[in-house]
Design a protein around this ligand. Structure first.
Ligand code: ADP
Ligand code: 5GP
Length: 198
């Protein structure tokens, strides 16, 4: 299922590494890019709005999206389900807008299978201690939820070799600019960044 012509770029990496922060900066720098809004069964955090950060749905609604083949990919993560509605991704790509997905690793693998031309970017932390510090410092999860996310993070970090590009998020602006450079020339074979294998 290859969609349209505009690039599809997946940004993945452990919870707390800074995906939302870097993606938000990239969107400020290049407003042509469209960020997909996922569906999730988790509850909104303070300040999150339905339809903006996520579509917050019930378990039954999520089941329906899955059975109607409405999701490009989906995964269970830290006790909740998350998925990318496929129609808006297709529509934006067909209208010429580069599309970004900010999703976890299992979902990135599904995109790899279903959209062969997609570029998979992994955001890595400068160190494990810095990742722990960012996740706890964000203050949005309970201690138990932070522990679940750190357990998932260990597995996710081990998967970075499966990605086309690895960007270390030391500096938000620099990382966002590297992401945009890849998004504007997303061919893994001839791009100008640091391939994951090097
Ligand atoms: P994710 O979306 O990957 O879960 P967030 O974007 O919510 O992560 O970032 C987690 C925390 O780390 C936030 O408090 C954010 O402000 C902070 N952060 C993100 N990138 C950096 C960075 N390069 N340097 C310092 N702090 C950062
Ligand atoms: P959070 O609860 O912190 O918003 O997100 C938890 C994790 O789910 C993050 O790693 C985030 O990137 C990921 N995520 C968000 N939306 C999706 C999605 O549509 N699909 C998948 N597979 N992961 C998602």
């Amino acid at each position: 299922m290859t969609h349209g012509t505009a690039p599809l770029v997946v940004v993945s990496g452990p919870s707390g590494v800074g995906k939302s922060t870097v993606v938000a900066r990239a969107l400020e720098l290049d407003p042509r890019i469209w960020l997909s809004v996922s569906a999730t069964t988790r509850a909104p955090r303070a300040g999150e709005q339905d339809g903006r950060e996520y579509f917050f749905v019930s378990d039954e609604e999520f089941d329906r999206l899955v059975s109607n083949d409405g999701l490009l990919e989906w995964a269970a993560f830290a006790g909740h389900r998350y998925g990318t509605p496929s129609a808006p991704v297709r529509d934006h790509r067909e209208s010429g807008a580069p599309v970004l997905l900010e999703i976890e690793v299992q979902g990135a693998r599904q995109v790899r299978q279903r959209v062969p031309g997609a570029l998979l970017v992994f955001l890595a932390p400068p160190s494990w201690e810095i990742l722990e510090g960012r996740l706890t410092g964000r203050g949005t999860e309970s201690t138990e939820a932070v522990q679940r996310r750190l357990a998932a993070a260990a597995e996710e970090l081990a998967a970075q070799g499966e990605f086309d590009v690895v960007l270390v998020n030391a500096d938000v602006d620099e990382c966002a600019r590297s992401l945009l450079a890849w998004a504007s020339d997303p061919s893994p074979a001839d791009g100008g960044g640091t391939p994951a294998s090097e």
